[in-house]
Design a protein around this ligand. Structure first.
Ligand code: ADP
Ligand code: MG
Length: 291
């Protein structure tokens, strides 16, 4: 594009809080045909809240104490929500030993010689937990769009914490606007497939890549590129940074982590998903002026 077109394009973006870091980003944005959106913190507010506490053969206060003791050591948003919920109920976490954080899965530790596992189904399998008594309830929660965190003590499933993360008010409109521009929208998530599908359905997204490990998000973007797509990735988390770098255009949510903001080509200062189609439109307008 001509220097004038680039100045006009970046200026238009800046007026709307769409910070385009360089001319290459503006040109890339004109060619995007696929937008991959992270679920948590991008399409949703990233502020999960505990909605359900399900117990099986354990007292609820005891369950919350064990879970909060592990999650107190974790920096995951789900952990923060659970610790806050437990604190409101007067639970005082204990200091666990042998604490282990398993990215994309959950946490394990010993609390007073009891082996506690908190996380998803895969973690339960890897830790040799019998979670069969919890599976039906978990599936129910997931089908309603909740993130279900399973809890096991000494090898047996004893409870589930169900969390909900509200979708951002403009996420559905952003998806519709992208579709209208002929852009395919893909949801990417580390969460359970049923949970992700439910939320994608609410937003009108038909392609869902779920249960993707933090380290595998960039590879999913690369796979789309190998299939000939021009991919924009929209994300907020530390985990999203490699995928933002891999994409033809990395777009960070302004409220996201510093790493995501530094890695991205475009930053949405208002953290509004509707600014994704805006960014692509500005790119298309700039490219048109260059011909
Ligand atoms: P997302 O991509 O949705 O931010 P992650 O990749 O961080 O999710 O985690 C994927 C899944 O692993 C979560 O939905 C949750 O089930 C489980 N998980 C990860 N960390 C924790 C934790 N600290 N406590 C409980 N569950 C966790
Ligand atoms: Mg996220």
């Amino acid at each position: 594009a001509t220097p004038t077109a680039i100045m006009v394009g970046t200026g238009l973006g800046a007026q709307r809080g769409v910070l385009v870091k360089n001319a290459a980003a503006l040109e890339a944005s004109a060619r995007i045909d696929t937008v991959v959106m992270d679920k948590t913190g991008t399409l949703t507010k990233g502020e999960p809240e505990v909605i359900d506490v399900i117990v099986d053969g354990i007292d609820e206060a005891e369950l919350l104490t064990l879970v909060a003791s592990l999650e107190n050591e974790s920096e995951h948003p789900l952990a923060a929500a659970i610790v806050g919920y437990a604190a409101q109920r007067g639970v005082v976490p204990e200091r666990p030993t042998e604490f282990r954080n398993v990215p994309g899965h959950g946490t394990t530790a010993l609390v007073h010689d009891r082996r506690v596992v908190v996380g998803n189904r895969r973690l339960m399998d890897d830790e040799g937990v019998d979670a069969s008594s919890l599976v039906a309830r978990r599936d129910e929660l997931a089908a309603s769009g909740r993130t279900a965190v399973l809890v096991a003590v000494d090898g047996r499933g004893v409870g589930i914490i169900g969390l909900a993360d509200a979708v951002r008010g403009t996420s559905a409109a952003a998806v519709a606007a992208l579709h209208e521009m002929g852009v395919e929208v893909v949801m990417l998530s580390g969460d359970n497939l049923a949970t992700a599908r439910r939320i994608a359905g609410q937003l009108g997204i038909d392609t869902v890549l779920a249960e993707v490990l933090p380290g595998d998000k960039a590879a999913e973007v690369a796979r789309l590129q190998q299939a000939g797509r021009k991919v924009a990735m929209v994300g907020d988390g530390v985990n999203d940074a490699p995928a933002l770098a891999q994409a033809d255009l990395g777009i960070a949510i302004g409220a996201g982590t510093d790493v995501a903001i530094e890695t991205a080509d475009v930053v949405l200062m208002r953290s509004d998903p509707l600014d994704v189609p805006t960014a692509l439109r500005i790119g298309r307008g700039t490219l048109r002026k260059m011909r």
